[in-house]
Ligand binder design. Structure first.
Ligand code: UD1
Ligand code: UDP
Length: 356
């Protein structure tokens, strides 16, 4: 069948990397890049490293408010869909690019498949939660990474469209872990294995709320003062917001702040870290799979299994709680396999069985 895939942000490039290969074995796959992420190290580095096919259409939308960005994407995606007339549109994850792809297609009666469907944080203040809910309810095929996601969809009356496939990021991690090990990032940053903590931060609830951002920054500064070696590949959103803050220079002297990394360097850095402090969705999963203790700088998570299994803990934005957990959190439990294996193949095979 003829598929149009819509991607635009860093984690979507990683989700698409292996799935695109499976799709292209039995289907025609036309790629739309919305242009939501555009800096070299938020965008092209992933295409180059993982050999992701060049987009057939790059809409070049870039940054903007939610409404402006999503509206521009809707217009651009609709134009392509009218021209390409695909049988199916595939969308990935929970960004504004996901929402725009699903809505543009559903409105003109093109079937939609959502990869990473059914996740819920039950926090509607989170822009991604609205994107997830609306995307799932516009979609015809809901490919779920976890059993919890399937259960969430059942509770919303969507059980007949849901399929448990496992998580596509597991496939990327398994495929690239070996080559990532060859990265020289530890030598470049003079880091010894297990001697450091990785930090990532970009959620709106942390970056756009001054008090939360300052609490987290103060916790990091104090941890640095206590001798923890913190490495922080900083998201451009976070850097721009910290730039004008008086705390930035203090943070820079306590924490190793570096540019966002390519996937291979990041996987190597994470794999050998003592722990990770993050508000990222994808990194909570990767930390679990790589058995790196994860302290999540959020009040909730959609990746509940990582917490239930004892390898992730929700620290929120309370300074003292972050410091205490960063010093003491040591998972003891054995892990269950909660993210499956081979999701990309399962998804591509399922689409063949639904050929229109
Ligand atoms: C987006 C997604 C989020 C996802 C994250 C992955 C939405 C609502 N949010 O958040 O779910 O977890 O991507 O990283 O879709 N910027 C640059 N260069 C870039 C990209 C962004 O400088 O290449 C800066 C711009 O100032 C921009 C800001 O980052 O305004 C935010 O970018 P945006 O794509 O709107 O949201 P993210 O925070 O990246
Ligand atoms: N990642 C990366 N370089 C970095 C930080 C993250 O390659 O400097 C990868 C990480 O391995 C994961 C994905 O980006 O696969 C997570 O993306 P992000 O945290 O931006 O978004 P989220 O998962 O929260 O939507």
């Amino acid at each position: 069948m003829k598929i149009v895939s819509v991607i635009g942000a860093r984690p979507q490039f990683i989700k698409y990397a292996i799935l695109s290969r499976e799709l292209r074995m039995s289907h025609q796959d036309v790629l739309i890049h919305t242009g939501q992420h555009y800096d070299y190290n938020m965008n092209k580095v992933f295409f180059d490293e993982m050999g992701i096919p060049a987009p057939d259409y790059n809409l070049g939308i870039g940054s903007g408010t939610h409404a402006h960005q999503t509206a521009d994407m809707l217009k651009g995606i609709e134009d392509v869909l009218v021209k390409e007339k695909p049988d199916l549109v595939m969308v990935y994850g929970d960004t504004n690019s996901t929402l725009a792809g699903a809505l543009a297609a559903a409105k003109i009666h093109i079937k939609v498949a959502h990869v990473e469907a059914g996740l819920r944080s039950f926090d509607r203040a989170m822009p991604e939660e609205l994107n997830r809910i609306i995307t799932d309810h516009c979609s015809d095929y809901l490919f779920c990474p976890t059993q919890t996601a399937v259960n969430n969809l059942r509770n919303e009356g969507l059980a007949d469209k849901a399929l448990l496939t496992g998580d596509v990021m597991v496939d990327a991690l398994n495929h690239y872990k070996g080559v990532a090990e060859k990265s020289g990032i530890l030598e470049k940053l003079s880091l010894a294995e297990c001697s450091y903590t990785v930090v990532t931060l970009h959620r709106a609830s942390n970056t756009d709320v001054r008090e939360n951002m300052e609490n987290i920054a103060e916790a990091l500064i104090e941890l640095g003062g206590l001798g923890q070696n913190l490495v922080f590949p900083i998201h451009p959103r976070t850097e721009k917001l910290l730039w004008n803050s008086s705390i930035y220079s203090k943070l820079k002297s306590s924490v190793k702040i570096i540019e966002p990394l390519g996937y291979f360097d990041f996987l190597k850095l994470l794999n050998h870290a003592g722990k990770v402090l993050t508000d990222s969705g994808g990194i909570q999963k990767e930390a679990y799979i790589l058995k790196v203790p994860c302290i999540t700088l959020r009040e909730n998570t959609e990746w509940v299994e990582t917490v239930e299994e004892g390898w992730n803990v929700l620290a929120g934005t309370d300074k003292e709680r972050i410091i205490a957990l960063a010093r003491s959190f040591r998972p003891e439990n054995k892990q269950r396999d909660v993210f499956g294996n081979g999701a990309c193949r399962i998804i591509a095979a399922n689409l063949i069985s639904h050929q229109m």
